[in-house]
Design a protein around this ligand. Structure first.
Ligand SMILES: Cc1ncc(COP(=O)(O)O)c(C=O)c1O
Length: 307
């Protein structure tokens, strides 16, 4: 059940604003054969998968929204290695024709709807204990794959040296906090910066608890906009322009929201001249099909962002 570690692709980002502020900027993408298991996903799942074996479980049970990158990454990974999985989905009514749910189903994930009130219990220890009794053969993986196992997988990334020298600031989009915590642990000599894409006042506490006493991380939470999953025309246009200028695909929920924030921070002189910035591309492009499905982006936008 061992998952091999992935090589990365470094892409130099060129932009007049970077030149003006004397910054170098690298985007790094873990290489992936699957759109569904891209970015941070394989890393976050790696030690959960080995834990299934260690704890003599048969499969995985996890949580996510109806368009969750983590749910579909888990479904596809479990299918690839031949273990069963169950997804508890935050929704009042399962729509199995939504592209994410459909991919989960195709990969063999058992899908169970949890209405919003029930879903709120997903971190409640006594509810989790009950759930474990109901599903004794499943390893329960928290939402987003964020647990000490998920963090340890991300901590194995080695992004401390870019093709042009030492990384000064390593940046990621932050949802449940595991990726930022893992980057901080794995890069004790770099500053790590999370751009929050969710409104969650408990997030700094969670990251502190997961980051093994590291203090080299900082969370910026004023670019969430109207909330998780919400975006305006300017953010969508930013993703389209970025694609045209760099050929890199972003989506407006995670990577695009974080990237737009980075360019705003640069304009505000947030980074010292001479800084070598690195952005971890955490994947999530499967989510664009869900935005198209809900009519939140047009077919033309989808084609421009994906191709
Ligand atoms: C595409 C993408 N980027 C960033 C993140 C945020 O990672 P984390 O939840 O570890 O903060 C997620 C969630 O896992 C994601 O799906």
């Amino acid at each position: 059940m061992m998952i091999m570690s992935q090589p990365y692709q470094w892409v130099a980002i060129k932009h007049p604003r970077l030149e003006k502020h004397q910054l170098t900027f690298w985007l790094v993408q873990p290489e992936s054969a699957s759109l569904f298991v891209s970015g941070n996903k394989q890393l976050k799942l790696k030690y959960h998968i080995s834990e299934v074996q260690q704890q003599h479980k048969e499969g995985i049970l996890t949580f996510g929204g109806a368009f969750s990158n983590h749910l579909v990454a888990t479904a596809v990974t479990c299918s690839q290695i031949g273990i069963p999985c169950t997804g508890l989905v935050r929704t009042d009514q399962l729509d199995v024709s939504n592209p994410t749910m459909s991919a989960c189903r195709q990969a063999g994930m058992q899908l169970i709807a949890l209405h919003r009130q029930q879903y709120k219990q997903r971190q409640d220890p006594s509810w989790l204990c009950q759930l474990q009794q109901e599903y004794p053969d499943r390893l329960i993986v928290p939402e987003g794959g964020t647990s000490p196992y998920g963090v340890n997988g991300v901590a194995e990334l080695n992004l401390a040296v870019t093709p042009t020298g030492k990384t000064d600031v390593l940046i990621t989009a932050t949802g449940s906090g595991g990726t930022l915590a893992g980057l901080a642990i794995g890069h004790p000599d770099c500053q790590t910066l999370g751009i929050a894409v969710v409104k969650d006042t408990s997030l700094p506490g969670k990251i502190a608890a997961l980051s093994q006493q590291q203090s080299n991380w900082h969370l910026i939470d004023n670019f969430v906009g109207k909330g998780y999953g919400r975006f305006d025309d300017s953010l969508l246009q930013f993703c389209l322009d970025f694609k045209q200028q760099t050929t890199i695909s972003l989506e407006p929920i995670y990577t695009g929201k974080a990237m737009q924030a980075i360019f705003k921070l640069i304009a505000e002189d947030y980074f010292k001249p001479g800084t070598n910035l690195v952005f971890l591309h955490t994947g999530g492009l499967q989510g664009l099909a869900g935005l198209l499905y809900r009519g939140l982006i047009s077919q033309q936008h989808y084609d421009l962002l994906m191709n």
